[in-house]
Design a protein around this ligand. Structure first.
Ligand SMILES: [Zn+2]
Ligand SMILES: [Zn+2]
Length: 346
């Protein structure tokens, strides 16, 4: 199979021909139809993720068709169109038994713990616990975007933050995660504020439903700007970027008893950011992480997409080839193009 592989961190990945994968007893092999390019792939390539063993094939947001199944797989067959959460649970540990496969202690992560989907084929373990059947109405490129950013945002906004109709939600960073969070919060009836440094991204935030936007470079203090718009602070705030500044602001701009959800990854030198803990205590703030979403929660998300309440296809800004993904991956630390890039040419 054709695949993108790197054998050293921070060294340019290559497009190579590698042996086709075979399924484990509890796994499947998927012919990749589309796979999203995400900042987490950049973190992995930089060596920020301790799970990655070299040489490595990245890619964790995928959709495609099952082409081979292991002997123990009961719920999926060759020809099924599927996607999979980027954190896949083992199905056997106590976290999985409690329905929290997203924090499984033996998790399978394509593109991190195992080779991923920047390839013609990808092997996925624990298939019965994690694969999700795709309806015909959701194409591969849209479904690929659900595997990480949109699903993680759905869990962050709907499940972790318990965002309610009429509440104010501040979304710091309007890349793929942030735009997803704005779209989901709007569908749930909340009032979303998009915050970014790029007017182009803020325009997209408004197109996704944001009722207000703040360009953090043109106001004296984004925290005060959020307090003013919301009349005292946001009920919910999301750091969708993953940076010490956006993390701090996202907690600081909450109203009393507000909920912050950290979605953007904080790795490497950013892993221990400053937090306004006196305010967390005095105002009884709640702080959550959000890391993927269980396969069984996809039903709720996909039914909202099916009836037109959310349109994640709007977030896709470019469809690129595997070759074009090499420079795009390496450039993800710099200011990226608005929206989500999806690899659809192999
Ligand atoms: Zn488990
Ligand atoms: Zn991702």
């Amino acid at each position: 199979m054709k695949a993108m592989l790197y054998d050293a961190f921070e060294k340019a990945p290559e497009i190579l021909n590698l042996p086709d994968p075979t399924p484990t007893d509890d796994g499947v092999v998927i012919k990749v139809g589309a796979t999203g390019l995400c900042r987490s792939d950049w973190h992995g390539w930089m060596g920020h993720d301790p799970d990655i063993r070299l040489p490595h094939v990245p890619g964790h947001e995928l959709a495609g068709e099952v082409v081979a199944t292991g002997r123990g797989v009961m719920r999926f067959k060759v020809g099924d169109r599927v996607t999979v959460p980027f954190v896949s649970g083992c199905g056997h540990c106590s976290e999985c038994h409690s329905g929290n496969q997203q924090v499984c202690s033996n998790q399978f992560q394509p593109g991190f713990t195992h080779w991923g989907s920047f390839a013609e084929y990808v092997a996925i373990g624990y298939a019965d616990t994690n694969l999700v059947h795709l309806p015909e109405t959701i194409d591969d490129a849209t479904a690929a975007s659900l595997g990480c950013r949109f699903a993680t945002s759905f869990r962050a906004v709907a499940d972790q933050a318990r965002t309610a109709p009429g509440e104010w939600i501040a979304v710091h960073g309007c890349g793929g995660v942030g735009l997803s969070a704005i779209m989901i919060a709007t569908a749930l009836g909340a009032n979303a504020i998009g915050i970014d440094l790029s007017d182009e991204k803020l325009n997209l935030a408004r197109a996704c439903g944001a009722v207000a936007t703040i360009n953090a470079s043109s106001v004296a203090d984004p925290v005060e700007a959020v307090r003013e718009i919301t009349g005292g602070g946001a009920h919910v705030s999301i750091d969708a970027l993953g940076h010490p500044v956006t993390c701090f602001n996202s907690i600081k701009n909450l109203r009393r008893r507000g909920r912050h959800v950290q979605v953007g990854l904080m790795l490497g030198q950013h892993s221990t950011p400053q937090i306004p803990m006196a305010q967390v205590i005095g105002h009884e703030l709640e702080i959550y992480g959000s890391h993927g979403m269980q396969a069984w929660r996809y039903d709720a998300m996909m039914s909202m997409i099916a009836v037109g309440r959310m349109a994640p296809s709007k977030l896709i800004s470019s469809r690129i080839s595997l070759e074009e993904a090499v420079p795009a991956l390496m450039a993800m630390d710099r200011a990226t193009a608005p929206g989500i890039s999806v690899i659809t040419g192999f």
